[in-house]
Design a protein around this ligand. Structure first.
Ligand SMILES: [Zn+2]
Length: 450
């Protein structure tokens, strides 16, 4: 499949790639190389080759002394954290307080994407773009510009259907594949495509997520949108972006690089991010050569629980996904065998029941004896007079009744079998048979009459 390169790709965003791209870097993109070397030097100093550290932002963005910049690069492993974004999932990116990840969906659309690209370049900001296959098909150069500028590029389906939550899985897969194929086809080096996917309209569905995860693709929701796809003013987009960011203190901001209002709002958002002391984080996927940034599980929670905060919910049921195999392993007989080291399930209970049955005392025949005449009394309280009379007569002549009541006896047998099984060990004298037959039949008839 086309996605194999996600698992085997030799390099993503490695230093060699950045050097190799110099040939088609243009204008401010040269900054990418300069910053990358600084980041690499710091990374080497810290013992981590590829983990960006805090950088002196202004100095790294020549010509833009007040640039917001990109404070660090976060390397994530989709296999370890397959679903991110607190709008929908438990986990989100392991950001520190006041760290922001910018994401742009639905492009590239030259008219607006190019403007946004220029704004990001002027501020030395690295973002993540989720590409629609149809857009990449129509504007492959737009995809190449994103890669050349050092942004992370993931995908967002072939033509953005808002039905991922209810479409058949094969159709969803075709949508996913279409987006990936056209986006990677637009790239000079398809291995630059990040295994990141955002479901159109965030219309998540368990099956789609599991499909993506099984293929090593990380499912990206977001921590807050700015509603820039709605018919609101650019000022409103800016306000929502900042208000929602302030409410959470950090996180993934969802924007669209195909909207005029987003283009108009972005300078104000960036200005406010600076004023309020926020820092931009660039997210890239882990590769064999570029290990994931070391994190602890609790860092993937937006607000990690503290010892003083009681938790009032049960732990989430783990979602087991076999990323390495296409088929779930079939259970073997040994998995069900009570003789193995596994905890036996049904076999143990069955054996326990058998033991109980073997040790229970045999019920005395008196238990089944009913005084003469009581059959009619019992029947008359629960059945119509006609039925009671007929069945009472049958009870008096068991042999004759056998053929008439055959159907009923079958019914009785089905219901009385569990209890009757325990009687099996008792010796069956003729008297006991006769005594036991009456009340048993009465019980079953009573039940039927109800
Ligand atoms: Zn979208």
């Amino acid at each position: 499949m086309r996605l194999n390169h996600f698992l085997m790709s030799p390099t993503y965003y490695g230093s060699s790639r950045i050097r190799g791209q110099t040939g088609f870097m243009i204008g401010s993109s040269v900054v990418v190389r300069t910053r990358s070397w600084i980041v690499l030097c710091l990374g080497g100093f810290l013992g981590f080759l590829t983990i960006g550290s805090t950088a002196a932002v202004a100095a790294d963005c020549p010509g833009h002394p007040d640039a917001l910049g990109t404070s660090r690069t976060l390397v994530v492993d989709p296999h370890e954290h397959p679903r991110i974004g607190t709008m929908q999932y438990r986990e989100t990116l392991p950001l520190k307080d006041h760290e922001v990840v910018l994401t742009f969906d639905d492009g590239p659309l030259p008219k607006y994407s190019n403007q946004i690209l220029q704004m990001l370049a002027d501020e030395c900001i690295k973002a993540t773009f989720f590409i629609i296959g149809e857009q990449a098909k129509a504007n492959p150069e737009g995809v190449r510009k994103l890669v050349a500028a050092g942004h992370t590029v993931g995908t967002h389906s072939m033509n953005h259907p808002l039905t991922f939550d209810r479409m058949p899985l094969d159709k969803a897969e075709a949508q996913i594949n279409g987006g990936i194929e056209w986006t990677s086809a637009a790239m000079t080096d398809p291995s630059k495509l990040a295994p990141f996917f955002r479901i159109p309209g965030l219309m998540r569905a368990e099956g789609v997520e599991n499909l993506l995860i099984s293929r090593g693709i990380q499912v990206w929701s977001a921590d807050f949108p700015a509603d820039d796809w709605r018919h609101v003013s650019s000022d409103r987009v800016y306000q929502l972006a900042i208000q929602r960011l302030e409410a959470k203190g950090k996180g993934i901001l969802l924007l669209h690089d195909i909207q005029a209002r987003t283009v108009a709002a972005l300078p104000k958002i960036i200005r406010d991010l600076k004023v309020r002391g926020y820092r931009i984080v660039h997210v890239v996927p882990a590769t064999a050569e570029r290990p994931a940034t070391p994190t602890t599980p609790v860092e993937w929670l937006l607000h990690p629980p503290t010892e003083t905060t009681p938790i009032a919910r049960w732990p989430a049921v783990p979602n087991f996904v076999f990323a390495q195999t296409k088929m779930l392993p079939a259970p073997t007989l040994a998995d069900l065998n009570a003789q193995t080291d596994h905890q036996p399930l049904l076999p143990r209970r069955t054996m326990a029941m058998a033991n109980v049955a073997a040790t229970l005392p045999v019920p005395g025949r008196d238990l089944f004896a009913i005084p003469e005449g009581s059959v009619e009394v019992l029947l008359s309280t629960t059945l119509s007079r006609r039925a009671a009379t007929r069945l009472a007569m049958a009870a008096e002549t068991p042999r004759a009744a056998r053929s008439k009541a055959g159907k009923l006896r079958g019914h009785r047998t089905a219901h009385a079998a569990p209890a009757g099984a325990k009687h099996a060990a008792a010796p069956k004298s003729a008297a006991q048979k006769g005594a036991a037959t009456h009340p048993t039949r009465v019980a079953s008839l009573k039940k039927r009459a109800q």
